[in-house]
Design a protein around this ligand. Structure first.
Ligand SMILES: Nc1nc2c(ncn2[C@@H]2O[C@H](COP(=O)(O)OP(=O)(O)OP(=O)(O)O)[C@@H](O)[C@H]2O)c(=O)[nH]1
Ligand SMILES: [Mg+2]
Length: 410
């Protein structure tokens, strides 16, 4: 829907995306890859472990803070709840409604991944600060990006805030929520009307001195319509690999596209897990010709499940949001990977080769030469790589079925 140029939002997201392009495949930048390669040539597989471990630790300790601001009543709190897959009645939800105006920056942690917080900021017009003090008051350095939720009229406060965020070099995205209301009781040509609305804001922003802005038109009640997917994709691509990982992990699996992005992100981790499984803590398993660390495999499958929104709490929240019974959603899940996952279970898979027999997934297309040589060197790597790739595909297919059931209107 958007050109590459339009997609980039404001504040250098494009150049940043470019900077991370080279590391996109593997989380490692070119220098780190060189280090990895030379460690491998001098010390073999074991020598790569500390580097990989460090990267996985970085992933575990990262935090993401997303600020959501905008005038009173534009839909900030509702948007935050939607991003956390909480319906407004959940006690963890941000308060929604006209009498619940946000007066001070309030963090809302993601229910499954507390390392991701959405900050509900008071609108600039709600506070008594002038624009140039507003960002200091809300502690602007803290946030990885800003989302400005616009009302049906673009106003002075929006312009001032956008200029100020721009001046301070922070990334800002523009969202116009409640777009479903435009089409209520009105027969209009959808795309034409959306273009007209988009252009209205883009013009206003240009008049305020902000060129090349993208405005995402969304509805929290109709997420598969309009620009929700585009917004998510643009946000995800504006972060570096580690923050992108956090962001995607925290996203409610509410569309097929989001699930595919999640799957692609998880794919990038598998070679690291496969390397670790074949080295540290690897124990020989009777009946297999290679040693591996079953604990790593167990944890990985459990992590994949919650990343894809297949854990019980997440399914329950999806049910609440879509008005479906959780049993109906669970009925769409057929994989044995949803039961209790323990070392015995993984051993049975490895021995029984259910997950290894599925048509061979090409190893190598998405991994670089150094990994290719690791793969060649150790069959434990190849086996665990295949097992996790197949497990990931299986879980993603199940998650997609759940989303399809959740989105069907009764
Ligand atoms: N139809 C529709 N209504 C929405 C949407 N998003 C929010 N609303 C409604 O708009 C009203 C205000 O939403 P809030 O999320 O409380 O707005 P806010 O920006 O947090 O407001 P303050 O905290 O007062 O600044 C609520 O009644 C929401 O249900 C949407 O996408 N579509
Ligand atoms: Mg609010």
């Amino acid at each position: 829907m958007f050109s590459e140029r339009q997609r980039t939002g404001l504040g250098g997201a494009k150049s940043r995306a470019k900077m991370h392009q080279s590391s996109e495949v593997l989380f490692f930048n070119p220098q780190e890859l060189k280090r990895l390669e030379s460690s491998y040539s001098s010390g073999g597989l074991e020598a790569t472990v500390p580097l990989i471990q460090e990267k996985l630790n970085n992933l575990k300790s990262a935090k993401l803070h997303i600020a959501v601001t905008g005038e009173s009543g534009t839909g900030k709190s509702s948007f935050i709840n939607a991003m956390r897959k909480l319906d407004d009645t959940d006690e963890r939800a941000a308060k929604v409604g006209n009498t619940e105006t946000t007066m001070k920056p309030t963090p809302y942690e993601h229910p499954d991944f507390p390392e991701v917080s959405f900050w509900d900021l008071p609108g600039i017009g709600t506070t008594t600060f002038p624009a140039e003090d507003y960002l200091t008051e809300v502690n602007f350095q803290k946030y990885d990006c800003y989302i400005l939720v616009l009302g049906d009229r673009f106003n002075e406060n929006d312009a001032n805030l956008a200029k100020e965020v721009n001046r301070l070099g922070k990334t800002l995205y523009f969202v116009r929520s409640k777009i479903d209301l435009v089409f209520q009781n009105k027969v209009v040509e959808k795309e034409k009307e959306l273009d007209k609305i988009r252009n209205y804001y883009v013009d206003k922003l240009r008049n305020a001195g902000i060129s090349e802005a993208t405005v995402f038109l969304i509805s929290i009640f109709q997420k598969t319509e309009f620009d929700f997917d585009d917004l998510i994709e643009t946000l995800a691509n504006s972060f570096d690999d580690i923050k992108k990982d956090l962001f995607l992990k925290s996203l409610p699996s509410m569309t097929i596209k989001i699930l595919e992005q999640k799957r692609n992100q998880l794919k990038k981790q598998i070679w690291m897990l496969a390397t670790l499984s074949g080295t540290i803590g690897a124990v020989p398993i009777p009946g297999l010709s290679f040693a591996c660390d079953l604990g790593i495999l167990v944890t990985a499958i459990i992590d994949f499940r919650s990343y894809l929104g297949l854990n019980d709490d997440s399914l329950q929240r999806l049910a609440n949001m879509t008005g479906k019974r959780v049993e109906v959603l669970k009925a769409a899940v057929t994989t044995p990977l949803m039961g209790e996952i323990n070392e015995d279970f993984v051993k049975r898979i490895l021995l029984g080769s259910t997950y290894l027999a599925i048509s061979a997934i090409e190893i190598g297309l998405d991994i670089i030469p150094v990994v290719g040589s690791i793969f060649g060197a150790a069959s434990s790597f190849a086996m665990t790589y295949k097992l996790l790739r197949n497990a990931l595909e299986d879980l993603t297919e199940n998650a997609k079925r759940v989303v399809k059931v959740a989105l069907v209107s009764d």
